[in-house]
Design a protein around this ligand. Structure first.
Ligand code: ZN
Ligand code: ZN
Length: 291
């Protein structure tokens, strides 16, 4: 049974990744056009080390337009260049600096959740990366004591030397960090499936989330990335498919958006196919919510 809140059913906030190419202040408008309740943005160019500063004017327009377009939550995804777990001291310093700037921009834009891929060991082994990531997070949190955003480790597909593909690895980073209260998890369905966590049948779904709860805790879960998978279970290859067009299938997404345990979370699409596909999928998901 869903709980009533101000004559409104509590339901997940559904949305997608939106571009900030024409300025961060345009993201809420774009999200509104696509039917989003929540949006994910990059606060800077995801392929560059340094972001452009955000002007006061952009910032106030952005905040105004969130309200006007009824965007109830914003999450950010950090730059793809950042690796908080690698052995190269120069790259690690650059990564930590870029991550701290990400926190500064999120603080400026009042973004509550920063999603990031934990990191890669680059040949040094999983344990090395897990420890280095925890140290990087300590350093970043201590450097930006004012930043209130929760840092969300995204589970990975386990491609290359990426860590974070096993729930135990997410747990290990949380345990080694001195500020575990500042950490949470974003669960990407494609990545989970690619890493070998089956999500197709009801039994598989229950088993995977029981395991997640036992190892990490469902209370750590703040955001879902909703993606189907172009590759079969456990291949550790990260290729997003449109919902219902991959190996996972539509049933999972129907189950997720109707699961009471997740009714207050943001569910963000990162599927291929551009805006046309996003608005189609957002509409289909919203229609599938049982009242
Ligand atoms: Zn993702
Ligand atoms: Zn991915």
């Amino acid at each position: 049974m869903r709980t009533l809140r101000l004559n409104e059913f509590i339901m997940p906030l559904i949305g997608c990744h939106v571009s900030i190419a024409s300025g961060v202040e345009n993201a809420p408008v774009h999200g509104g056009e696509l039917g989003c309740d929540a949006i994910q943005i990059f606060t800077a160019n995801q392929m560059q080390w340094r972001g452009n500063p955000i002007s006061d004017e952009s910032r106030s327009k952005y905040i105004e337009r969130l309200k006007a377009n009824e965007i109830k939550q914003v999450v950010t995804h950090d730059s793809y260049l950042i690796n908080l777990g690698g052995p190269d001291p120069r790259k690690l310093t650059l990564s930590r600096k870029a991550f701290i700037e990400e926190m500064e921009r999120s603080e400026l834009l009042q973004i509550p959740y920063i999603i990031f891929h934990p990191g890669s060991h680059m040949g040094k082994g999983d344990d090395y990366a897990l420890k280095t990531i925890a140290e990087s997070l300590d350093y970043a949190i201590e450097s930006r004591a004012n930043c209130k955003s929760i840092l969300l480790l995204e589970n990975t597909a386990g491609q290359g030397s990426n860590v974070g593909y096993k729930f135990e690895q997410l747990r290990s980073i949380i345990d080694q960090c001195s500020y575990p209260d500042r950490l949470g998890v974003c669960f990407d369905t494609c990545h989970g499936y690619a890493a070998g966590y089956d999500l197709v049948t009801e039994d598989a779904y229950n088993k995977t989330f029981k395991e997640f709860n036992d190892v990490v805790g469902l209370d750590r879960l703040y955001v879902f990335h909703l993606n189907d998978s172009k590759k079969p279970l456990g291949l550790k290859i990260d290729r997003h498919a449109c919902l219902g067009e991959g190996f996972i299938g539509w049933e999972l997404f129907y189950r997720l958006i109707n699961d009471d345990r997740f009714e207050e979370l943001s569910m963000i699409l990162e599927t291929p196919g551009g805006d046309e596909n996003f608005s189609k999928e957002i509409e289909a998901l919203k229609k599938s919510i049982k009242e």
